[in-house]
Design a protein around this ligand. Structure first.
Ligand code: AMP
Length: 112
């Protein structure tokens, strides 16, 4: 998608601090970290939000979670939180599906 910042990161038009990449997804550190470890895992294909996941594209969600588990293992993360904000009220600011992975501090529940 032309005006999507995460599509521009996928294409290399905007640089990122890359953690992991394969043919389906990309992981990179968040610009504004909310925990000592905070990276994002995104599908390379443009999917607007969790609301847009359907039977035809849901394979990528499982793939992203498998990648998250592998990265967490490689980083030695004993505990981590995966967050997907869906919609403005939930705090979504970039409308390209992404999974926040946060670790390295105590997490509160319920989240704010
Ligand atoms: P959300 O608010 O849930 O949509 O999350 C979007 C996240 O993308 C925020 O945590 C931002 O800090 C992060 N972000 C925005 N632009 C960039 C960028 N160019 N590189 C890395 N992270 C970014």
């Amino acid at each position: 998608m032309n005006d999507c910042i995460f599509c521009k990161i996928v294409s290399g038009e905007i640089p990122s601090n890359k953690v992991y990449e394969d043919d389906q997804c990309l992981a990179f550190y968040d610009l504004d970290p909310q925990a000592p470890t905070h990276f994002l895992v995104i599908p390379k294909a443009h999917i607007e939000s969790a609301r847009s996941i359907n039977a035809g594209n849901c394979q990528i969600v499982g793939h992203c979670y498998a990648v998250i588990a592998q990265i967490a293992q490689d980083m030695g993360l004993e505990s981590y939180r995966v967050v997907t904000n869906c919609g403005l009220q939930a705090g979504q600011s970039v409308f390209h599906l992404h999974f926040h992975v946060l670790a390295g501090r105590d997490m509160t529940w319920p989240p704010g």
